[in-house]
Design a protein around this ligand. Structure first.
Ligand code: SF4
Length: 380
């Protein structure tokens, strides 16, 4: 048990201290690339010998970014710009900015103009990503991103570098999927707070280190006897579920997270890169990986209702008693989808609540009341 606690403590510390990690990498002479959400193939950064670090906003005050954004933009976009404007990101050797939603598009242009001191890589992945022309388009986009990263790194990435990076990320995704299951089986050890920390820490660590620790943690968790959980089991859904205050409310009310449909956690780890294809055409295999990603409000779904039903199915299969939708304020993609998601959950008899959230929120009184009432109802 002590090794489990040691690993959890280490990952928890890292999840709360990205600046310390950035300084550590830079002091060691490594170049660090900031990676904005969503679906950035970090493998390309690693193949160039650099360190990718996730930039997903943060719980700080927004000042300078208000000159660029109206207040009805989500806090992730506003904070990412604020971090660029206030110098927090200055140690980065570059940033990769995507355009997956209507908020990230203006962010991408504002950041380019307002933060000229940080080399900027624009990644406009196609929505129509599955057909041959879509895969080809992604291939071209990823090739250009790779070329720009190589320029920052000062050297080319070899085919072997690419394959090693792909393997590394496949392993990390596999261990995360394994962890998600084991965390659901052992909520007495993996609280909602620690579960979030394990996922979040990976954005601020080199993947070899994160994967090695996660594998060790998983191996230890597997040895534990499964004990019956007397609290409530839920599936979480949303963009972020990393607020310490919100997670503490879940822990205080004995709410265990047995699965998630959270963008920062499991949404992007469902699919691995096909290594046989990668050995023939590495960048095409990466484009195919992106084409194969599904069940995300940010990805075009020609079936329209496929995703809500699949999320409801995930909740049911995970053994959750209910679902908590953590709704990021001013997130259009999530808000537009919500009625369908609610309907799909209702159709399978899965109770759910929607908790409003943004990264600047300090008062969680309403969320606490909602969660307490929700758990009370489910325990009847
Ligand atoms: S998906 Fe939602 S939370 Fe993410 S950047 Fe777009 S609007 Fe903001």
């Amino acid at each position: 048990m002590s090794r489990i606690n040691e690993i959890l403590e280490q990952l928890d510390h890292i999840s709360q201290n990205p600046k310390e990690q950035l300084n550590k990498f830079v002091d060691a002479g490594k170049k660090v690339i900031g990676v904005f959400p969503y679906y950035v193939p970090e493998e390309l950064v690693v193949a160039c010998g650099m360190v990718p670090m996730g930039v997903w906003g943060g719980a700080r005050e927004i000042n300078k970014a208000k000159e660029y954004f109206a207040s009805y933009y989500c806090t992730i976009a506003q904070m990412n710009l604020e971090l660029g404007l206030n110098g927090t990101l200055d140690k980065l050797s570059g940033v990769i900015v995507t355009t997956m939603c209507d908020t990230l598009r203006p962010l991408s242009q504002n950041f380019r103009v307002a933060v000229p001191q940080i080399p900027y890589i624009y990644l406009a992945a196609p929505q129509n990503r599955k057909k041959e022309f879509g895969v080809k388009f992604s291939e071209q986009v990823f090739t250009r991103v790779l070329n720009e990263l190589e320029e920052i790194a000062g050297h080319k990435a070899s085919e072997e570098d690419l394959l090693n990076a792909f393997e590394l990320y496949n392993n990390n995704r596999q261990e995360k999927r394994r962890f998600s299951k084991l965390a659901g089986m052992h909520p007495e050890v993996i609280s909602a707070t620690l579960r979030s920390a394990v996922f979040k820490s990976s954005y601020f660590m080199e993947k070899e280190e994160h994967t090695a620790l996660l594998k060790e943690l998983n191996d230890e968790l597997e040895k534990l006897e499964v004990v019956e959980w007397t609290g409530t089991k839920v599936m979480t859904s949303g963009i972020l579920c990393d607020s310490r205050k919100l997670l503490k409310i879940l822990d205080d009310n004995k709410v265990a997270i047995v699965a998630d449909d959270v963008a920062q956690e499991s949404r992007t780890i469902k699919v691995d890169i096909n290594m046989d294809m990668a050995k023939e055409t590495p960048i095409k295999a990466l484009a195919q990986w992106f084409a194969d990603c599904d069940d995300d409000v940010l990805l075009y779904d020609p079936t329209i209702y496929g995703r809500p039903r699949n999320v409801a199915k995930l909740a049911k299969e995970s053994g959750a008693d209910g679902a908590i939708v953590v709704m990021m304020q001013f997130c259009d993609p999530e808000e537009v989808e919500y009625p369908d998601l609610k309907k799909a959950l209702d159709e399978i008899g899965m109770p759910s609540i929607k908790v409003g959230y943004d990264q600047q929120m300090v008062d969680f009184g309403q969320a606490e009341t909602q969660i307490q009432a929700f758990t009370d109802v489910m325990s009847l």
